[in-house]
Each structure stands twice: as C-alpha cells, then as structure tokens.
Design a binder for this molecule. Structure first.
Ligand SMILES: Nc1ncnc2c1ncn2[C@@H]1O[C@H](COP(=O)(O)OP(=O)(O)OP(=O)(O)O)[C@@H](O)[C@H]1O
Length: 354
C-alpha cells in the first residue's frame, strides 16, 4: 500500500496540543513531505516560549506517524515564529553611509562568503545546509541571503514572514531551524525582481550587515549572488571576510566561471577556504549505477592546481532538491546527505574557522 500524504496529514491533524487544541486546529504543521516510507515535517509554534513547552507534542506527533503502516522513517523539526509583526517601515537601499572601519556586525566572530561563478550550481542549497549543519553542531549561525537578484533562502527555510523593524532603524532577523536568517527576499514580495545596482545595492548590503540585530554569532554565512558583480566587490572591499568558499558543478562551463570567481576573490585579497563540488555524481536508485551527468573530477583537479582544499563532493540527490523546495534543508534529517553536511560543518569547526 502506498503511503499517502493526505493520510499522514489527517493523522497529524488529530495530535493533541492542549485542551481542545490539535496540530490541525492550531494550524501548526508545515512542509510535510512524504516520499516512499519517509515522512518529514515541521511543527511551527507561535512563539519560541511555546515551542519550548511542546517537546511532548513533537514526540506524540512522531509516534503517531511512526505507527502508520508503511512508514519507515520520521523526521520532525520543532520551530517557532515570533508574534506576527507589521512589515518593516525601513527604507531599503541607497548610498552607503560613512562608516568607521570595515563592515562587521558587533558580536559576529567570523564572516564567510559562499560564492559561485555560475547560477544554479547549488550555492544557496549548500549555504542553507551548511548553516543548518553548523547549528546542529552547536554553533550560533547566521545566514545572510545577499543573492539580491534571486533570493531563495526564505523558501529554503520555509519562511513566509517578513522581518520587523519596529524603530525603523534596526531590523529584527528571522529564525528557522536553529539559524538566524536575513534576506532581501524577506523584505520584498517574492515575485518582485530586484534590479538594484551600484549605490542602491551597496546601501542595502550595508543595512543587511550593520542594521540587522544579528546578536552574538560564531559565524555569519553570506550566500552571494552568482558571478563577480557589485555585491562581491562591496563585500570584498568593505566588509571583514574571514574567507570565501566557491561552489561549482564538475561541468566545464561552471568550472570556467568558478575560476573567474576565484580570481575575483584573489584580487580582493579574500582568502579562499576551499572548493565544493556539487552535483558530482548521480547514483541510479533502481540499478545503483553511478553517472557523472555534469562531468567528472574537474573541481578536484582545479582545487589541486590551486592548492586549495576540496571541502566536499556532493551528489545529485532528489532529497536535497525536495527538502530545499519544502523549506526543510536535507541537513536537518538523518540520511547520507545530512551526514555529508555534518562532516563539512565538522571540517570548518576542526579547522578553527567557526
Ligand atoms: N546536490 C543536489 N542534488 C539535487 N538538486 C540540487 C542539488 N543542489 C542543488 N539542487 C537543486 O538545484 C536547484 C538550484 O540550486 P540553488 O538554488 O541552490 O542554486 P544557486 O547556485 O544558489 O542558484 P542561483 O544562482 O539561482 O541562486 C534547486 O532546485 C536545488 O534544489
């Protein structure tokens, strides 16, 4: 019998939260994914305080789903959103304000940028999963989605809320899956393309770094736009970056662009901490045969040529794509990809970078 999402939904909806209130009636289930026998979902409490009291509900929900015939694994994340807030009255963009010293938010120990030469190679996917894996390893992690032209982190973290700016000066960041998050995408309607360039963009970036109440962080990851444009230039010149990571697929054209990104970081004197090869191999779920859809070995060879570490080789993985789209990064779970990201996070921690 195939496991149907609707069946799981209706069982979850009946799990009791408090007297007269269920997960269904309180509308707390988010990002439910059913794949074969694997079930993943998020319980979203209305406030962080409420979430702290809901561990028993989380356990009940997990047990209820596990008891459904055909279920082989269950992964539940308990998160909270703050009280709903009005849209920020903050004006975004504009010329940078004079600033003493490089841009580095107070209380943030290190800033690491994640870039790519070409779009669509999985830079945002890697950023979100690395952030989640570092948070799972006990680090205080922030993620700034600086991909102004195609912000995707709100979707990858399942966030639809907008950040608040009660005083019109500081911006309160969002929180999901243990990560403190800020994105220009969260400040604008999703379908609105941002066509900022030059000064507007620099002003917006300065606001994102310096006006967001990031709080104390071990690391702030910055998901850069692809290529080598204004954002890279501003960040490289004006902020204090501990280093950058470059994500590429093994495909020649992506690699060529990755080389340009590496050159740009070298010019800006931003140390490159290593390369990540994404979509390295596809293992057929039916016959187990490996296919190198985007080529083979190119990123490893480039890393060797430049004497840079190859930090990870991540396969093409359906779960990674589906989880990203569902707002629950695959690193939250307990499969092979979650392990791969945990290993990547561990490399950063052992290397003393985070
Ligand atoms: N290892 C992977 N296996 C399968 N799908 C992946 C993998 N990495 C990324 N994807 C998928 O590829 C698509 C592009 O990924 P993503 O948005 O992370 O790329 P990007 O480099 O940040 O793109 P952009 O430049 O547009 O921001 C997404 O649908 C994502 O889910």
């Amino acid at each position: 019998m195939t496991l149907e999402k609707a069946d799981v939904e209706s069982i979850l909806a009946r799990v009791k939260v408090s007297e007269g209130e269920t997960l269904g009636s309180a509308d707390m289930i988010r990002a439910l994914v059913v794949e074969g026998g694997a079930v993943r979902f998020v319980i979203e409490a209305p406030t962080p305080e409420r979430a702290k009291q809901m561990e028993a509900v989380r356990a009940d929900a997990e047990a209820a789903v596990r008891a459904i015939p055909g279920v082989t694994s269950v992964s539940v994340a308990l998160t909270a959103h703050g009280p709903s807030k009005p849209a920020p009255s903050l004006k975004m963009g504009g010329h940078m304000q004079p600033q003493a010293g490089p841009m580095k938010p107070e209380g943030v120990k290190a800033i690491i940028a994640i870039g790519s030469g070409k779009g669509g190679v999985g830079k945002s996917t890697v950023s979100s999963n690395l952030a989640v894996a570092l948070a799972r390893a006990g680090k205080k992690v922030g993620l700034l989605d600086a991909d102004i032209h195609g912000p995707s982190q709100p979707r990858m973290f399942g966030i639809t809320k907008r950040p608040a700016s009660p005083d019109g000066k500081t911006i309160e960041p969002l929180h999901a899956h243990g990560v403190t998050l800020m994105s220009v995408g969260a400040m604008l309607p999703e379908e609105k393309a941002v066509i900022w360039r030059g000064p507007m963009l620099m002003g917006a970036l300065q606001q994102m770094l310096m006006q967001v109440a990031w709080g104390p962080l071990d690391v702030l990851l910055i998901d850069l736009p692809p290529g080598t444009g204004d954002v890279q230039l501003t960040l490289g010149q004006k902020s204090q970056l501990a280093g950058a990571i470059v994500v590429s697929t093994p495909q020649d054209v992506a690699l060529l662009d990755a080389k340009k990104a590496l050159d740009a970081f070298a010019t800006l004197k931003v140390p490159v901490l290593g390369l990540i090869e994404n979509m390295a191999v596809f293992t057929c779920p039916h016959c187990g045969k490996d296919s190198h859809i985007f080529g083979h070995g190119g990123v490893a060879a480039e890393a060797e040529r430049l004497s840079l570490p190859l930090l990870a080789q991540l396969p093409i993985d359906l779960d990674t794509r589906v989880s990203g789209d569902a707002g629950t990064p695959v690193a939250l779970g307990d499969g092979l990809m979650a392990e791969a990201y945990a290993k990547l996070a561990d490399r950063f921690i052992r290397g003393g970078l985070v």
